[in-house]
Design a protein around this ligand. Structure first.
Ligand code: SAM
Length: 175
């Protein structure tokens, strides 16, 4: 029994180390995350308020949505492909007491309808951000704010914090 537990433990550690090699837009990406302090800054920069519906694409542990719901009065939908992170986020949402405001869905964000969003949170690689641009123009209403962390998008800039590497964009009017 002890040997089995040891083997399992070694496997988990190996998987975690291996995850460092995967890009952050894959389900086996490193556990890169937005801290509560950064999540607060993200909400302030995007002017999150009561009534906002935030879609966090690749929501990880759900930290940003929990802060947005608890401290800024927003509601949110987190889309997370990694079953472990999705499960963790569901538990964190429940423990934070915001289960009536935040839903976590274990899905691929490329296949999810995001048209209800008033704000979109993203912490993804440039490759994933380029892939999402067309979807945003198809599904998001003009005026929807899109926030990226570290990597930038080819969209009209609304606000930014260079030091924190945080960028807020606004979906433009259709021509
Ligand atoms: C760099 S992490 C950011 C996590 C979280 N947003 C944060 O800031 O703490 C990127 C997340 O996107 C998820 N992800 C990548 N591709 C995805 C996809 N196609 N659909 C849903 N989630 C995806 C990964 O599993 C990972 O949890």
């Amino acid at each position: 029994m002890l040997v089995l537990i040891l083997i399992l433990l070694i496997l988990v550690i190996l998987l975690f180390l291996l995850s460092m090699l995967w890009p952050p837009d894959s389900p086996w990406s490193p556990w890169w995350r937005t801290t509560p302090t950064l999540a607060r800054l993200e909400c302030k920069l995007a002017k999150i308020k009561k009534g906002d519906i935030i879609y966090d694409l690749g929501s990880g542990e759900g930290t940003a949505l929990i802060i947005a719901a608890k401290e800024f009065g927003a509601t949110g939908v987190g889309i997370e492909i990694d079953p472990f992170r999705a499960w963790y986020a569901k538990l964190a949402v429940w423990l934070a007491g915001v289960a009536d405001k935040v839903i976590i869905r274990r899905e691929n964000f490329f296949t999810v309808d995001i048209s209800k969003a008033t704000v979109v949170f993203l912490y993804l690689t440039p490759r994933a951000l380029v892939g999402l641009r067309e979807k945003f123009f198809k599904e998001l209403r003009p005026g929807t704010r899109v926030v990226t962390f570290v990597y930038q998008m080819d969209l009209p800039l609304y606000a930014k914090d260079d030091k924190a590497e945080m960028y807020v964009y606004e979906i433009p009017k259709r021509k």
